[in-house]
Design a protein around this ligand. Structure first.
Ligand code: FAD
Length: 439
């Protein structure tokens, strides 16, 4: 299904409540009251569809990209929150009350308590979810935030639907009533799929830690071996959710790009940088520990770029992981296309897989350009950051026109390189990008 269909489907879903309300043909109310109902209908629809935009559904993130999915999730959540938080203040107030008239279908506000309380609690919960999401880092562990975020969002959505169907002017109508509860059921099922069904499926395909090896400063290679099964079907550029030493059903799973190539067989290799509680403990994980893998995810693959004239890869630090998978698979396939790897690090000792990259550069059509922002004395490679000047020193006009560009690294670097590439005339369609954080 092309991405354009997904966009149309999304618009249809989120606009449907407004259309269903308009079709009911109720007598008109003051503009402010209609606006108040309209923003609530649109806001609730956007909010309910957010459960599908959690990044855990390949049908969506595999098409529009993980970064775009998460960015949309965040931006649309903000838009929906604004609409819903605004909604009670837009009503023209008690003066619009007329005796004897109550929602649904009435021209007056319905102040019946059974419809009001779910709305008030949902409204307060929404404020709390927003504050928690914006200030999530540093306050509590990421896993705790994820669990609270999911549970609170589901309770809030359920109460929001209850409020709409009991107190809303339009939502008591059978068609809209059915629509709301169907969307809510999908939201519940999507969480059940991610946190119950998928883990149970995962439990039938266990993995074991094969090795944990120190690669560079605070950077490790983790190898996982399939246990009693053939492993995973994946493409270079995909990432996996992994958990180690935990039950299959657990909130403790973290996303990591797969650095091995499918051609290597069942073993999966990851390049992992220490950052927080899970990654800091990696050096102490012993071979043989049980692990779980939920994969493949992501859209940093070359499957839509088979005809590209060459491949330019730009990695910042541990962003080398998915690019290694590409390099390894391209070599395994004897792909003759020229390729250049720009590998940016702060210091020389942070360069991972230096020998392997050098060897691939010697034996295949790969050129490796190391870029150090803090180079040692006598450094022969590029210095500073990956700028337009660095790019044009190693890529000619034909490459800028016909190659595919695969970027992975810290968000500020990625955006600077993307801007530089666009400025050099590279088509946005030829730029693939994955960042390791959605903050
Ligand atoms: C698509 C993707 C691919 C990634 N690939 C790699 C890789 O190949 N190598 C690598 O070193 N790092 C990679 N990361 C980053 C890696 O997931 C985090 O560094 C790791 O999860 C941190 O976990 P922690 O418990 O050590 O630290 P924490 O202190 O718990 O988290 C630090 C930060 O990491 C992020 N994070 C933590 N847990 C999760 C989670 N479950 N889901 C999403 N983000 C989380 C959050 O931004 C958090 O603020 C990738 C991230 C994403 C989203």
């Amino acid at each position: 299904m092309p991405a354009a269909f997904l966009v149309l489907f999304y618009l249809a879903l989120t606009c449907a409540p407004l259309a269903l309300a308009a079709l009911q043909g109720h007598p008109p109310r003051p503009l402010r009251d209609e606006l108040a109902s309209g923003v609530a209908l649109a806001g609730l629809a956007i909010l309910l569809v957010e459960f599908a935009l959690s990044g855990r559904f390949r049908v969506i993130s595999g098409r529009i990209g993980m970064d775009v999915t998460m960015r949309l999730h965040q931006l649309l959540a903000r838009a929906a929150s604004m609409l819903i938080l605004l909604h009670p203040f837009l009503y023209s107030g008690p003066q619009s009350l007329r005796p004897g008239l109550t929602a649904p279908g009435s021209t007056a506000l319905n102040f019946d308590w059974s419809g009001l309380w779910p709305g008030i609690v949902a409204w307060l919960l929404l404020g709390a979810v927003m504050v928690m999401a914006l200030g999530r880092d540093g306050l509590y562990r990421h896993e705790i935030w994820r669990a609270l975020h999911g549970i609170m969002a589901l309770v809030m959505a359920g109460l929001g639907v209850l409020h709409a169907t009991r107190a809303g002017r339009y939502s008591g109508d059978p068609a809209l009533w059915g629509f709301w509860w169907a969307l809510f059921a999908i939201a519940v099922l999507s969480l059940a799929w991610v946190y119950a069904v998928k883990p149970l499926m995962k439990a039938r395909r266990p993995w074991r830690v094969g090795s944990v090896t120190r690669l560079a400063d605070r950077t490790w290679e983790l190898c996982l071996d399939p246990e009693g099964h053939k492993g995973l079907h994946y493409l270079p550029g995909h990432f996996a959710w992994i958990s180690i030493g935990k039950p299959a059903v657990s909130l403790n799973e973290n996303p990591f790009s797969i650095a091995s190539a499918p051609a290597e067989g069942g073993r999966l290799r990851f390049v992992i940088k220490e950052l927080g509680d899970f990654t800091n403990r990696l050096g102490r994980v012993t071979p043989g520990t049980r692990a779980w893998v939920d994969a493949p995810f992501g859209s940093l693959t070359l499957k839509r770029h088979r005809k590209a004239g060459g491949v330019a890869m730009i990695a910042g630090g541990v962003g080398i992981a998915p690019l290694l998978s590409h390099l390894r698979q391209l070599d395994a396939d004897d792909d003759p296309r020229p390729r250049v790897l720009f590998y940016a690090n702060r210091a020389e000792e942070q360069i991972a897989y230096r020998e392997e990259l050098h060897r691939r550069g010697q034996t295949g059509p790969l050129r490796v350009v190391h870029v150090l922002s803090d180079p040692p004395e006598g450094w022969q490679g590029e210095t500073g950051f990956v700028t337009s000047e660095v790019l044009t020193r190693h890529l000619d006009a034909e490459a800028l026109k016909s190659w595919v560009f695969v970027l992975c690294g810290p968000p500020p670097m990625l955006h600077a390189v993307e801007d530089a590439l666009l400025g050099l005339g590279v088509s946005a369609r030829n730029i693939l990008l994955e960042q390791f954080s959605y903050d």
